[in-house]
Design a protein around this ligand. Structure first.
Ligand code: NAD
Ligand code: IPM
Ligand code: MN
Length: 408
């Protein structure tokens, strides 16, 4: 079959590129160039296919996600590099819901992995917080919760109006994200500098994104993938919900958490209500390695965590179904307030591309992209949101030079 993705035996890793709207269109090309530069060094086979899905197309053609789009991405691509969606000309945000939430749901990308790492002391608003204190992973449930669009209006537009938005939580959905977080905690360790795999290198990738036992509810599911390197403690895990008020949906989270944690007695795990978690994250982020929570809380807490490490401009994310086409994007949106000014920070997109390369199993290239961002921060080559004075294109040129000059 033409267009066969690498994971199905095709000759090249096939990446769908969806820049989207606003600054998505400014940062995504930077990330693509960097992936090209890093992968060219070792002749990694990779191919990009661009898709102009976003507000312009939606307004022009009234099409957001065309028929067959999901199947095409699922069958013909290894990964998706996504920018951002959102445009003031589409106040309903309908195209974003159709495309972004549509892909998360229809590709069943149940893990939304949002790492927060303080890459340099000067970017945190917290006193006495160092890079060793802030390095955590938020696992946000990504396919259900309050995002599913179940609900409706009654007597809309009148003063008697009622609006209902249902919070959908399935046993399967809660179990697989909590299990994924426990597996990640078990297979990773934290040093003063990084979160690292705790098991010997896996040629298919170290991050736990590969077809794992994630969604299998059996005793096998608890087995680590490989034997842990002695002396490296696993990560600590915190499950967060609001079960004191959400007494049905989050009661399910409580019960599933208790049952999964019993399979992981080696993991230091605890529960915090989401309001307390928000407070504790600001008070002392060093107490957290892995946080697992529902879709909406994960959305909010990941922005909070991002700001502790310098802001949205630096935050990456992966929308992942291990072993299947997965989508990588910066956490930020289309930022209409700065779109078109040429000052968007490309680091979030570059770090998301680093996660994408890790997902493909190309660890060296992944590390290379991350290192280029770290070096730019060190050299103070940053856009205004990080206190610098460089426009996007200068940061981009600097990163490209860094990649092409540095030895592998
Ligand atoms: P936003 O993330 O777009 O912007 C929030 C603030 O952060 C703004 O001040 C913006 O200028 C700044 N910012 C964000 N990314 C930046 C970057 N890379 N460089 C420099 N500054 C950056 O959030 P918002 O303003 O709430 O939303 C704008 C639109 O984006 C809305 O339509 C929203 O729905 C959408 N959105 C989309 C995504 C996504 O596609 N994943 C995520 C969040 C918001
Ligand atoms: C994000 C965004 C989206 C979300 C919006 C645009 C629907 O905020 O990716 O964090 O809430 O998931
Ligand atoms: Mn968000």
């Amino acid at each position: 079959m033409p267009n066969t993705p690498l994971r199905s035996g095709g000759p090249k890793a096939r990446i769908a590129v969806i820049p989207g709207d606003g600054i998505g269109k400014e940062v995504t090309p930077v990330a693509v160039q960097l992936i090209q530069a890093a992968t060219a060094k070792r002749n990694r086979p990779i191919e990009f296919v661009d898709f102009d899905w976003g507000a312009d197309k939606y307004l022009r053609e009234k099409v957001s996600l065309h028929e067959g789009a999901v199947e095409m991405l699922r069958d013909e691509f290894d990964a998706i590099l996504f920018g951002a969606l959102g445009d003031p000309r589409v106040p309903t945000n309908q195209h974003a819901a159709d495309i972004l939430l549509g892909l998360r749901f229809k590709l069943d990308l149940y893990v939304n992995a949002r790492p927060t790492e303080l890459l340099h002391d000067r970017f945190t608003p917290l006193k006495n917080c160092t890079p060793a204190d802030l390095n955590l992973m938020v696992f946000r449930e990504n396919t259900e919760g309050l995002y599913v669009g179940v609900g409706g209006f009654f007597k809309k537009g009148t003063t008697d109006e009622i609006a209902v938005q249902e919070d959908i939580n399935s046993h399967k959905g809660v179990d697989r994200i909590i299990r994924h977080a426990f597996n990640y905690a078990r297979t990773h360790t934290r040093t003063s500098e990084a979160i690292l795999p705790r098991v010997p290198a896996n040629p298919l990738g170290s991050a736990g994104w590969q077809p794992a036992q994630d969604n299998v509810s059996s005793s096998n599911a608890a087995a680590p993938r490989g034997t842990a390197i002695p002396g490296c403690a696993p990560l600590r895990l915190c499950m967060s919900d609001k079960s004191n008020a959400m007494t049905f949906a989050h009661d399910l989270w409580q019960r599933v958490f208790k049952s999964v944690r019993a399979e992981f007695p080696d993991i230091d795990s605890r529960h915090l209500y989401i309001d307390t978690l928000a407070m504790e994250l600001v008070r002392d982020p060093s107490q957290f390695d892995v946080i697992v929570t529902n879709n909406l809380f994960g959305d909010i807490i990941s922005d909070l965590a991002a700001q502790l490490a310098g802001g949205l401009g630096l935050a990456p994310s992966g929308n992942i179904h291990p072993g299947h086409t997965s989508l990588f994007e910066p956490v930020h949106g289309s930022a209409p307030n700065i779109a078109g000014k040429g000052i968007a920070n490309p680091f979030g997109s570059v770090l998301a591309s680093s996660m994408l390369l890790e997902f493909l199993g190309w660890q060296e290239e992944s590390a290379h992209l991350k290192q280029s961002v770290k070096s730019a921060l060190e050299a103070n080559i940053t856009t205004p949101d990080l206190g610098g004075s460089k426009p996007t294109h200068e940061v981009s040129t600097w990163l490209l030079n860094h990649i092409s000059k540095s030895p592998l």
